[in-house]
Design a protein around this ligand. Sequence first.
Ligand code: SF4
Length: 266
Amino acid sequence: MKQPWNHPALNAFCQFPEKELQLGQILIIPLEDEERYEIRHASDRNASLEDLQNCNSSELRGWVATDALGRFRPLKSAPSLRRGWRHECDRASGLWEALSIIYPGAIGDWFASQREPSPLVSFRSFVDRQTGMYRGAAKLSRTEAEQLTAVCCADRHCLKSRYWPIETEDPPPSPPESQLVCLEPCQLLLELARRRAKTALEPTLTFKLPKSEAQSIIEALKTLAKESSADHRVADFSDPQNPRRLHLLLDQLESQFPRQTEAKGE
Ligand code: SF4
């Protein structure tokens, strides 16, 4: 891509040799007029111009604000970007603006991730500095934090590559290959951590269940987790059918009831 505009992070980002660049769910395509770029959804790669709606910057904000079902997207790196639009931007200041709308902070974070050492914020230091209703999140153990992170930051929920460690003294993870880099835990993860810490204080129930029936519950929850993503708000963890909440529960159940293989005819 042509090196445009004098902004260090964007200039470095535009050094990638590809004719076009995929970032998360978008394609950035240099146009024949080398001063201009086109951005569209990567799944619309082969769509004709007539099939896509041209949008300016303020219309682009509308396209990225909600998903295909009209739900607000609190996490812009969630893989729920709508299709059907194209945005042309003039020079790199336009590219910078568009990328700031679609993936806020992504170019700056990617640029920072290239530095040694990268400015990473561990899960522990992030939760330790919380106050008020989020203070309880600091009580989560490493294992609980790892479980929580594995669910919340999974590709099905977020396209950023987590680069921060759980504990501050942990060695930094290997640098991600993706250009969508996560340098510190986000508000959504904090909210899930708060809920996890709160439920750990609730009374527990003990009941006996044959292992094969536990597997039925797990399979039913998996189906529900898939379907619930269509109807439930992403950040509402008070909703028992919230997809992240269900996946966290599934993770806990599966670690206690490893899958049993039933003999044929049983
Ligand atoms: S903390 Fe996890 S879910 Fe939040 S932006 Fe980073 S990678 Fe995504």
